[in-house]
Ligand binder design. Structure first.
Ligand SMILES: *[C@@H]1O[C@H](CO)[C@@H](O)[C@H](O)[C@H]1NC(C)=O
Ligand SMILES: *[C@@H]1O[C@H](CO)[C@@H](O)[C@H](O)[C@H]1NC(C)=O
Ligand SMILES: *[C@@H]1O[C@H](CO)[C@@H](O)[C@H](O)[C@H]1NC(C)=O
Ligand SMILES: *[C@@H]1O[C@H](CO)[C@@H](O)[C@H](O)[C@H]1NC(C)=O
Ligand SMILES: *[C@@H]1O[C@H](CO)[C@@H](O)[C@H](O)[C@H]1NC(C)=O
Ligand SMILES: *[C@@H]1O[C@H](CO)[C@@H](O)[C@H](O)[C@H]1NC(C)=O
Ligand SMILES: *[C@@H]1O[C@H](CO)[C@@H](O)[C@H](O)[C@H]1NC(C)=O
Ligand SMILES: *[C@@H]1O[C@H](CO)[C@@H](O)[C@H](O)[C@H]1NC(C)=O
Ligand SMILES: *[C@@H]1O[C@H](CO)[C@@H](O)[C@H](O)[C@H]1NC(C)=O
Ligand SMILES: *[C@@H]1O[C@H](CO)[C@@H](O)[C@H](O)[C@H]1NC(C)=O
Length: 822
């Protein structure tokens, strides 16, 4: 075992896949300040700023080139010279080839020379007219990990958007008797999607909402962590950044086990890109260390990162790549930031389109509190309980939102030069006047739009997609996202809505099978002309739908709203509705009990996600066996949540005109009270469970009166304890008795008269998984019952096969107790 690890490690050391940065910035300025020679560091050439250059201009009343007179120190050449700014400071102007998001990195190293001790400097730095660094000096103590090993070098890094075709960097001493300096400057473009305006999750006491204005912020890097890995230098990084290990930030060092992968990550369209993060970050991770008996089976891994305290806003970018799972869909975990739930039930498999070891990142925005730390935790999700408890993190970046002050206001607040104040006020006055006029004009023309935007923000909830982070953004433009599909393409795909391609019909309209130009099979749902649903409603549905992605939910590929058409294009699910595989259709093999359970578990998982994956849950409203589709591997996918409404309650008038749902599945309470809750879905799901067990229609008018309604009929037999009399004949003798009992009890609870008495979808999911375990491991579970060991019992057997790494975790056990207690 140990030697194997050693071999692995040495292979790793020899063959570290060193990818030279594939990214070539459009703008790339590297300055060796206060010098007329070039200096090289990490293979990058910094040009002496005293040499004349085409696109960089230095203007200063008085700037001094300073060289370290005592260069015995082992600092690189780059840090042996500095440019000093006295009096009113100085400005570098960089002419950009293209405006956009830039990194601005400043290197400060202190030394003495010519009567200057750089440690005495005290100055502010403006980039693009924005104050990014206020009263900076070497006594400045912010724990920025970005520093070099050497304490004498401080590197400050800012990320900001520039809209003009140049950027000015101003160094301004705090007063006339002070000075400022800099040793080296980097200004370069980053990939366009480095910071985007959608998908970031804003975490706080009010829950999770979408943060939409990232790209307009000036960000300062505070921490950049290669979790589970080694220090990465600018040499190893695509954007010449430094990543440091996470060990020192771990709250409980024994809680983690380091995972190292020897394979390069499977980069995917829509996920993270190599340009944004180097391979190395994704090839290492920390996972839960579950090999120590002192640790309870469920716990969080927690890191504390020191930050500026007192409500300062931060961007937390977390990187994930599932290098721990042997196969897909085993890993479900939760992310907490400052103890708030930041992302529940993360399922990396579905976030990465079912590819293992495929990197993604998620952006979170959070305000620091008075503790002076941002606390990040990952821990197991309730969904992961039965199969495999784990949680991982591969990388973390924490960037502060800089509270910028504009250059002008800063200058005037200093009250230094009367003239300047005067000029400023005149210019300012004109600018304000122009702004006021512009403001009114803009308001006039776009008032409506703006209002809409603001309500979304202030209401405090926006359904957030699984992707969260900017990985989503790239997807939106690509194939997987919200595609606007031209009507001609849809006509082509469906052979002009050929009747022979109709695969379904619903309240909304017809559903056609189609093949898009890129050979992707799709299901095209065409709203009936004059259908009740209005266009605005349709559009808002699309916005919600496009954000929902889950392994067990049919996803929207695109839409079309040309020519007053309302068309939704979904992924095509190969084996069609579950019902066809249960009864009434020829040519399908009967499904085994195990497979039926797996299908029910999948569907329950999808529904659970709809109910809980969003700040305001989404209610499906039309659960039935025809809305549960099976893919080529019999993986269940819940369909037709298109017309779902979000929220636990919707206004009565709306509901009463539009009671949705299908006969036989409809929650009687909903029907009576016309009040929709997620428990209505639970009821309908209960009917589906009996349908799966008995293989008959939910309503069959041809049967005897007492048998017409499946829910009533099966409850009757269930109460008598003789349900096995009416189950699918194919299953007779093939179901383990306790599995059937668990299953039918669960279904029965779903059909409780009152919503409050019904379990949540999460509970249903749990019970179904338990039922599957009873079916699969009858023997094993019996052993637990008989051994009668304490609650913390664990089954380590089969650990390596990952079949039951920890099935007996408290929950199963409490189930067992429960059974015995009856
Ligand atoms: C510094 O590098 C630039 C760009 O490569 C080059 O044009 C210049 O001659 C170099 N200067 C010195 C002193 O080597
Ligand atoms: C730097 O200047 C600011 C503003 O004058 C002052 O408040 C601060 O104490 C100075 N810092 C040092 C270390 O001198
Ligand atoms: C920034 O560049 C875009 C095109 O890349 C251009 O449309 C825009 O006008 C530029 N902004 C400014 C302020 O020059
Ligand atoms: C300028 O700032 C320095 C550092 O904060 C301070 O020690 C000094 O007294 C100030 N000088 C004047 C004239 O305000
Ligand atoms: C986005 O942020 C910038 C900088 O904080 C701010 O000026 C701007 O008003 C914000 N825009 C919106 C729409 O909130
Ligand atoms: C980073 O780059 C240095 C220099 O090439 C190399 O020695 C080191 O192994 C690299 N580290 C990693 C983790 O790739
Ligand atoms: C247990 O975890 C530690 C890391 O905390 C690891 O070094 C050790 O090898 C693990 N032991 C076993 C038996 O896997
Ligand atoms: C701030 O957050 C930390 C870490 O999440 C938490 O332990 C602490 O209680 C919070 N402090 C305050 C004052 O809210
Ligand atoms: C993980 O941390 C969160 C937030 O502090 C907490 O609510 C949750 O109970 C923890 N989970 C475990 C298993 O300890
Ligand atoms: C930002 O800075 C201004 C002036 O320096 C200050 O009044 C304001 O409170 C600061 N905002 C935050 C959120 O710190």
């Amino acid at each position: 075992m140990k030697t194997q690890k050693l071999i692995k490690l040495s292979i790793l050391l020899i063959f570290i896949p060193f990818s030279l940065s594939s990214f070539i910035p459009i703008n790339n300025f590297l300055l060796n300040c206060g010098s007329n020679t070039n200096a090289s560091i990490f293979n990058r050439l910094f040009i002496g700023d005293s040499t004349k250059q085409d696109s960089i201009f230095l203007s200063s009343h008085k700037s001094i080139s300073l060289t370290n007179q005592n260069p015995s120190s082992n600092l690189p050449t780059l840090y042996q010279t500095a440019r000093i700014f006295t009096n009113n400071g100085g400005t570098y102007k960089f002419i950009l080839r293209k405006n956009g998001t830039l990194f601005a990195r400043f290197h400060f190293s202190s030394f003495k020379g010519h009567g200057f001790d750089l440690k005495d400097a005290n100055f502010s730095v403006f980039v693009g007219g924005k104050l990014v660094l206020r009263n900076f000096n070497f006594h400045f103590k912010i724990s920025s990990n970005n520093n070099n090993d050497d304490d004498d070098v401080i590197i400050k890094e800012f990320i900001l958007k520039v809209v003009s075709n140049f950027v000015e960097i101003v160094f301004r001493p705090v007063n006339d008797s002070c000075f400022g300096f800099v040793n080296a400057i980097e200004v370069f473009s980053v990939p366009e999607d480095f910071v985007v305006d959608y998908g970031a999750r804003f975490i706080g006491p009010y829950g999770v909402v979408e943060y939409k204005n990232l790209s307009n912020q000036v960000l300062e890097t505070i921490h950049r962590i290669n979790v589970g890995g080694l220090k990465l230098t600018p040499f190893n990084d695509t954007l010449w950044r430094t990543w440091i290990p996470d060990k020192e930030f771990l709250v409980f060092k024994d809680s983690v086990k380091t995972v190292v992968s020897t394979h390069t990550p499977n980069y995917q369209k829509g996920g993270a890109t190599r340009e944004i993060v180097p391979d190395n970050v994704y090839m290492t991770a920390q996972e839960m260390n579950r090999n120590q008996s002192i640790l309870a089976s469920k716990f969080n891994i927690t890191w504390n990162f020191p930050v500026e305290n007192g409500g300062v806003r931060h961007l937390v970018r977390l990187h994930f790549c599932d290098i721990v799972s042997p196969s897909l869909n085993l890993l479900y975990f939760n992310v907490y930031i400052n103890r708030y739930s930041a992302y529940k039930d993360v399922d990396l498999s579905s976030l990465t389109f079912h590819t293992l070891a495929s990197p993604i990142y998620v952006d979170f925005v959070v305000d620091s509190n008075d503790s002076g730390v941002i606390q990040i935790s990952v821990g197991p999700s309730d969904l992961s309980s039965s199969m495999r408890i784990n949680a991982i993190l591969n990388g973390a970046e924490i960037m502060k939102f800089v509270n910028v002050t504009d250059l002008d206001s800063h200058v005037s607040s200093q009250k230094t030069r009367f003239l300047l104040v005067l000029v400023c006020s005149i210019v300012g006055g004109i600018v304000i006047l122009v702004l006021v006029i512009a403001f009114f004009l803009v308001r006039l023309s776009r008032g409506k739009k703006k209002l809409k935007q603001r309500t979304v923000e202030s209401v405090g909830w926006t359904p957030l997609g699984v992707f969260g982070g900017s990985s989503l953004s790239r997807m939106s433009e690509g194939y997987f996202g919200l595609n606007k599909i031209p009507f001609v393409d849809i006509k082509l795909a469906t052979n002009n809505f050929d009747k022979s391609l109709i695969i379904g019909a619903g309240g909304f309209g017809m559903v056609y099978k189609g093949v898009l130009k890129d050979n992707v099979k799709v299901a095209v749902k065409r709203g009936m002309p004059g259908s009740r649903q209005g266009l605005p409603e349709f559009q808002s549905e699309i916005t919600i739908l496009s954000k929902i992605r889950h392994r067990h939910l049919v996803s929207l590929v695109g839409f079309c709203e040309e020519n007053s058409e309302m068309i939704l294009v979904y992924e095509y699910v190969e084996k069609g509705p579950l019902r066809n595989h249960l009864y009434g259709s020829e040519g399908f093999e009967p499904l085994s009990w195990k497979r039926r359970l797996e299908i029910c578990i999948g569907a329950a998982r999808g529904l659970h996600y709809l109910h809980t994956g969003f700040t305001q849950g989404i209610i499906h409203r039309d659960i039935k066996s025809t809305n549960i589709l099976l893919d080529e591997n019999y993986v269940a996918k819940v369909a037709d949540f298109g017309l779902s409404r979000s929220g636990p309650c919707i206004d009565e008038t709306h509901v009463s005109t539009n009671v949705k749902g299908s006969f036989g599945y409809l929650d009687p309470e909903y029907f009576r009270r016309q009040q929709l809750t997620d428990k209505s879905d639970v009821y309908s799901f209960g009917v589906v469970l009996f349908e799966v067990l008995c293989a008959r229609h939910a309503v069959d008018p041809q049967l005897d009166r007492e048998q017409v309604n499946l829910a009533e009929w099966s409850l009757k037999w269930q109460k008598k304890g003789m349900l096995e009399r009416i189950i699918d004949p194919y299953l007779v003798g093939k179901i383990n008795e306790s599995s059937l009992k668990k299953f039918s009890e669960t279904a029965e609870k779903c059909l409780a008269e009152y919503g409050v008495d019904r379990p949540s979808m999460g509970d249903v999911l749990w019970n179904l998984e338990y039922s599957l375990q009873l079916q699969e491991s009858d023997q094993e579970v019996n052993e637990i019952i008989h051994e009668n060991r304490p609650r913390s019992i664990r089954i380590e057997r089969d650990y390596d096969n990952n079949i039951y790494s920890d099935i007996s975790a408290t929950k199963v056990f409490s189930q067992l107790m429960h059974r015995e207690g009856r």
